[in-house]
Design a protein around this ligand. Structure first.
Ligand SMILES: C[S@@+](CC[C@H](N)C(=O)[O-])C[C@H]1O[C@@H](n2cnc3c(N)ncnc32)[C@H](O)[C@@H]1O
Length: 935
């Protein structure tokens, strides 16, 4: 058995426990007397009270409180009672003669107005004995009551509800005018105790001693048959018996003769109550009967361990030995048994079935709940714009399968892609009935009605999704005005779908999404690389490549909108990667028309940048191609190429490194020109004669370039490289800036200027161009050359750019800093929160207690106010932190740190110090009392 804790046992620490503690009562039972007194008002009128069984003394406290001052109150108990002022207490057994004489001594000629009895003998032996001793103790208390009670006095006693209850009440009624049994609210419901208040003591001159003799009071009771048999066929229906043991039976083991079992009209009862069936002399011949098997004998030996089957076989066996007349008498009984057993089996099966059905229902409910939660989560995520509507379909089963609602593969098969792209989903649904294999397989087996239901569901879901998607796009449009323009453009593109299919090559040069597609970019690169090894006109091939790729992309673009979701290049470990390097999910997301124009512009920029990079990169294939072109082409082409290069030279004059490259290019151009004029024949010779030169055009070119460079040194004007002007004083270049950058990266924007600028950029108040323009001002090119250091220092201090910043921005920054400064550090904040939480908990507890006091009807308003104010006082008083004085001895002597077995605050002292401390305290106390006496 698990150990019962103080808290759990009978719910010990209840409201009355706390109330008693708060009001200083020694036990919660004080409230029982308070409540009884409230009902019957007997304490206020009394001047003498005897409390029999008074320890620990809470009833005495209540009596002292409610009775008039200078009343005589006597308390007696088996255990000592802690003294209470104005109350006489002594330790005695109330059943003893000694107690009687002691009481007589204390009372002298007085008689009590009230006698209380809350005695509880040592219980726990057995129910029967417990109840009996309680009744006996009550009778003993009554005996004292009739001796010491005044006429018209009150006797309050506790009794347990048992079979003796009625007898006791009868006795009380003979001696008192009014007898009432009641159970106060503070008495626990689980307790069998009840209080009987007997008022108007009749004080008869002569009392029949039998009234106070337990043997005569409790012997004539006929409580009826108290058989403790168990229903052997329904052992689980066994009820707890609160009546205790059978009368006269104090043993659990019971032997019953077999003859009794056979002749009994209620054999089941016998089997339930007996421990063993004894083969008695009367029917000893049964022992040797063939029906009396060893198993039957063994069953008779110990009935307590038999199963239902074994009990049945015993009953069968008994039936065989019954006389026909007896049989007919008991046939009914046996039939009942059989019917009962059958019903039992059926019941068992039914119960089992019910249990299984219930389990299944719970399982389904759980699954349904899970699915609903997931759906709800997706919708929320979509509303928060964390995912696109298409993701919901993907997430539904962790991906798109053949049965998925959004399996566009099915739609693809239908050949109605264009219609879908125009938004006509109904068309596909109509066709889908015939073309969707998977759906057909499913639906074929079901009736037509079901088909409609399924279609209706899908249509409904699609409509819902469309609606959500529209909401999403509208929200987006509201946020971004530019989006509307893009949307218009998207619409235009949609209307021109057919035209898009046969768009001319002209479009390739535009910044359209086709030309900017990743595939397109790839195609572009491919063509460049092809030209390395191809002697064919590169421009032509490039054009044709672009055209092919363009068509490919067009096809892809068209089918993208309603593409097969399973289309992927790699599907490794379940992670699907699309051709453009994005995951399938991401590709789907960016295929959304919302991103169409964003991608267009971005890709266009990307292409521009790529072309520029290709132009500027000396090692790039593109450049080699351009340089190679004059070799393979005629002289006329070379001039055009030179122009292109010159153009790029003029475009890129800011960077010195770039410039060097450009100069290299100009050299190469000149070389090419010279090559076309002077060395053409030589080069042709080389090209036709030397295989190596053909296979490695770059090498031959380089050699030629070297040769020609040597020859034409005079003709080439070499432009000197611009020196890196380190003397230009650029305040942005100094280390300080780097430090600021690092700081900003670490803790964010730290100056109001930075915040202002960031805000302007984010709110689109400032464009990129304006920002660049702002960079060119009088501070931009400050020449530091030859300036004295003191001047530079001074300049650094005072000649700083006055960046434009609004008053509001500065105010906002100040506020932000103030807020930051006002915020406590983490540890302090945590400590404060902890303190607050503790105070809150304390307050809640206090409130609970005060509520209980306010609600209680056992106290006057004044008392309530007093108790609450006392509690407030206690709450305010800080608890003293106890410091334990530990004498350093044994192992802890001379050792540092906490001594063994000491918890909480402690102070290490040596034995002398402790003794001296005590002596000082004693002396102080003595002196203090002397001083007081003098006063
Ligand atoms: C429930 S307590 C009484 C509580 C008491 N009314 C109060 O409010 O503090 C029961 C007490 O009966 C006492 N008791 C039991 N048998 C007794 C006896 N024969 N004589 C005296 N006291 C007895 C026990 O010692 C026990 O303290």
């Amino acid at each position: 058995m698990g150990k019962k804790t103080k808290k759990t046992a009978k719910g010990r620490l209840d409201k009355y426990y706390h109330l008693a503690k708060d009001q200083g009562y020694r036990a919660r039972s004080a409230f029982k007397l308070i409540q009884l007194n409230k009902k019957y008002n007997f304490l206020e009128k009394s001047k003498c009270l005897i409390d029999l069984c008074a320890a620990p003394g809470s009833w005495l406290q209540v009596a002292n409180k409610y009775m008039p001052a200078a009343s005589l109150i006597i308390g007696v108990d088996l255990v000592p009672i802690k003294p209470i002022s104005n109350i006489i207490t002594f330790q005695e057994d109330i059943t003893s003669e000694k107690c009687r004489s002691k009481l007589r001594n204390e009372l002298k000629n007085w008689k009590a107005d009230v006698i209380l009895h809350d005695g509880a003998p040592n219980v726990g032996i057995s129910w029967l004995q417990d109840a009996f001793s309680q009744s006996e103790l009550t009778l003993k208390a009554l005996r004292l009551a009739v001796e010491f009670l005044n006429k018209g006095g009150t006797f309050l006693t506790k009794i347990f509800r048992s079979k003796d209850y009625n007898n006791l009440i009868w006795i009380f009624n003979q001696l008192f005018g009014k007898v009432e049994a009641t159970k106060p609210a503070s008495s626990r419901n689980v307790s069998a105790e009840i209080f009987v208040i007997c008022r108007d003591y009749l004080a008869p001159k002569k009392i029949d001693p039998k009234f106070l003799d337990p043997r005569s009071v409790f012997q004539d009771i006929d409580v009826g048959s108290t058989s403790k048999s168990i229903d052997i066929l329904h052992p689980e229906k066994k009820r707890r018996n609160r009546d205790g043991y059978e009368d006269g039976e104090y043993l659990l083991y019971k032997e019953i003769p077999i003859s009794e079992f056979i002749n009994s009209d209620d054999p089941i009862k016998i089997l339930g109550s007996a421990s063993k069936l004894k083969f008695d002399d009367k029917i000893k011949e049964l022992l040797n009967h063939e029906l009396t098997t060893e198993e039957i004998k063994a069953c008779c030996e110990d009935l307590k361990v038999l199963s239902r089957k074994e009990f049945k076989s015993l009953l069968k066996w008994r039936n065989a030995f019954r006389k026909p007349s007896q049989k007919s008498d008991n046939n009914e009984n046996n039939d009942n048994v059989k019917i009962d057993t059958k019903i039992d089996e059926k019941q068992d099966i039914q119960e089992e079935l019910d249990k299984l059905t219930e389990d299944e229902r719970i399982r389904r409910k759980r699954l349904r709940k899970k699915a609903n939660e997931k759906r709800q989560k997706n919708i929320t995520r979509m509303q928060l714009k964390m995912i696109s509507p298409t993701d919901i379909a993907l997430d539904n089963e962790g991906g798109v399968d053949d049965n998925s609602l959004f399996n566009l593969k099915q739609i693809d098969k239908s050949g109605a892609l264009k219609k879908i792209r125009k938004g006509d989903m109904n068309l596909i649904l109509d066709q889908g009935d015939n073309q969707d294999d998977d759906i057909v397989v499913d639906i074929q087996n079901k009736d037509q009605q079901h088909k409609h239901v399924v279609n209706d569901d899908i249509t409904y879901l699609e409509e819902e999704l469309d609606e959500l998607y529209e909401q999403y796009t509208e929200r987006k449009a509201e946020r971004d005005a530019k989006y509307r323009v893009k949307k218009l453009r998207t619409k235009e593109n949609d209307y021109n779908d057919d035209a898009l299919d046969i768009k001319s090559d002209k479009d390739d040069d535009d910044d359209s999404d086709i030309g900017n597609s990743p595939e397109m970019m790839q195609g572009y690169d491919d063509s460049s690389s092809d030209s390395d090894n191809d002697s064919e006109s590169s421009s032509e091939k490039q054009q044709s490549n672009i055209k092919i790729n363009n068509e490919k992309f067009k096809k892809k673009k068209i089918s993208k909108l309603i593409t097969d979701l399973n289309e992927n290049e790699n599907d490794v470990d379940g992670k699907i990667k699309m051709s453009d390097g994005l995951s399938k999910r991401a590709t789907l997301f960016f295929d959304n028309p919302v991103f169409k124009d964003i991608l267009k512009s971005d890709q266009a920029k990307f292409r521009e940048q790529s072309v520029k990079i290709a132009d500027n990169n000396s090692n790039s294939k593109e450049k080699t191609k351009i340089i190679n072109k004059p070799i393979s082409d005629n002289d006329s082409n070379s001039k055009e190429e030179t122009k292109i290069i010159n153009k790029s030279i003029s475009d890129n004059n800011s960077n010195s490194r770039e410039e060097t490259k450009i100069i290299d290019k100009s050299i190469e151009t000149k070389v090419q020109e010279n090559l076309s004029k002077k060395e053409k024949s030589k080069a042709q010779k080389n090209l036709s004669g030397k295989e190596n030169n053909i296979s490695q055009p770059n090498c031959s070119l380089k050699r030629k370039v070297d040769e020609i460079e040597d020859n034409c040194e005079d003709e080439i004007e070499i432009v000197p490289l611009e020196k890196d002007d380190g003397n230009i004083w650029d305040p942005n270049k100094i280390d300080e800036n780097e430090i600021k950058m690092k700081k900003a990266q670490k803790i964010g924007l730290v100056t109001p200027e930075a915040i202002n600028l960031a805000q302007q950029l984010v709110n689109r108040k400032k464009t990129k161009q304006e920002l660049i323009d702002d960079g060119f001002r009088r501070y931009t090119f400050n020449d530091r050359e030859g300036l004295p250091s003191w001047f530079l220092d001074d300049e650094k201090k005072h000649n700083v750019p006055n960046l434009p910043i609004t008053k509001e921005a500065v105010e906002a920054f100040k506020e932000r800093m103030k807020a930051l400064n006002a915020r406590p550090i983490k540890k302090i904040a945590e400590a404060k929160a902890r303190k607050k939480f503790k105070a809150f908990k304390k307050l809640a507890k206090f409130q609970k207690k005060t509520d209980a006091i306010v609600e209680t009807s056992d106290m006057t308003e004044k008392e309530k106010a007093q108790t609450i104010s006392n509690m407030v006082g206690k709450l305010k008083k800080p608890k003293k932190k106890e410091v334990k004085v530990v004498v350093a001895k044994g192992t802890s002597k001379g050792k540092k740190g906490r001594p063994k077995g000491v918890k909480g605050r402690y102070k290490m002292v040596d034995a002398r110090m402790k003794k001296e401390g005590r002596a000082l305290k004693r002396i102080d106390k003595k002196n203090g009392s002397k001083k007081r006496q003098k006063r």
